[in-house]
Design a protein around this ligand. Sequence first.
Ligand code: TNX
Length: 505
Amino acid sequence: MTTAPVMPAPVHFSAGSGHYALTDTTVIHATGSAQPVAEYLAELLRPATGFPLHIATAETPGSPAIELTIGDTAQPNPGYLLSITATRIELRADDAAQLFAGVQSLRQLLPHAIEHATVQDVDWHVPCVEISDYPRFSYRGAMLDVARHFFTVATVKRYLDRMALLKLNVLHLHLTDDQGWRIHIDSWPNLTALGATTAVGGGAGGFYTKADYTEIVEHAASRYITVVPEIDVPGHTNAALAAYPELNCDGSAPAPYTGIEVGFSSLCISKELTYQFLDDVFREISELTPGQYLHLGGDESLATSDEDYLEFIRRATAIAASHGKTLIGWHEMGRSRDLPAGTVGQYWSYVTPRDDADKRVASFIEQGGRMIMSPADAIYLDMKYATDEELGLEWADGPTTLDAAYNWDPAAIVNGVTDEHILGIEAPLWTETIDNVRDLEYMVFPRIIAAAEIAWSPRSAHDWADFTRRLADWSPRLHAAEITYNRVDEVSWPEVSQPGMSSTP
Ligand code: TNX
């Protein structure tokens, strides 16, 4: 073993000899804020091992143990240290979130059968290794578009569990668009009563009640994942405009929209009611969201004049900021010079910037903000893998291969915009062509693993040949976890060993 069988690749890894054997007498030691992570670890390991894995606060000298502690790891960023010897597993992290990240590495060092939901007859050996590790970026996101097609709470929770495995720590929910409004707002009930009943292609739609949304937020928190809600304005608002015609300048309701064109709708910029609406929506969504961020969209407002757009962004961002959140906007929002200090930009142009996207980035940074990098030709998980694939779109310069998803550097996109200006990266999954969990996972895996490695691992750890080798070795884990993935021909995948578990839709 020369490289760690861990995704994303850790900063430092060295293999020892021998192994630690997990048995039915292994105890997990943890105190204080390490305890919830110990509970999570035990719950992760119990189904496949069948071991009790008791959690103890006091140590029993000499007994086989997994020791979880929180304390200074003396690394450049908060991270974790994992030491596995024949008699002990020690995991130490700067905080609970990093302890949780370290648990994901430990999980991946166990036989892949650990991912099964039922007891497996396997020797639970963990190779002796030393890992010291910390993330390159603090914001490691995935976005799910629940507006074009709606996804249930159960599907979102499953996605959160997949994200946790890869040390991704932000779920951005694209909650509103032309084709549907997916979050209940008490003060504007028709947003969901009418605006949630549509979806791309004429499907049934759906929405989250406040209790549903809270269930998602709480499940995310139990995986140390922050939920970022997006209310996309002033464009992408046909569903809201159909539900409340008074938000239109001419007061008439547009027809519900189930196509996939963008850029035709706009809230009425000149009506005061628009700002009352925004204040209510931003207040209610902020109250439901414990995380720091609120995403205002602001993209593709092609039906809004420049003058109106700037006036709208100035007012809308001030209202949103008054509810105590740090704002995020797609990079078009950088056209405004009136952003609340620290507003974060999300870049969705190409690996080589086009259409003044680099100027928009500079504007966010000049106004005290940082960037989330989501170059569409590298990290848009809704792009087709290849032209002959059924699922996905192709507008971002054609298909996005795994190679394209892996071989880019967020710090090499806009001149002068380096790690210090970059909050992190995010892999969006737009869902115009995706309406079920199987297709969702097929589009996401394996490209999201590439995204996770860009978000977490240092540039020096990037190595395409090594990545594809590790991925091939890792694929039995995908099968054991029942994750659908695309067996792209860039990887020499091993034979599928589990009958009945096909890997393509
Ligand atoms: C562009 S990139 C969009 C979305 C579409 C997506 C499809 C951006 C901020 N907006 O409205 O769903 O392309 O790939």
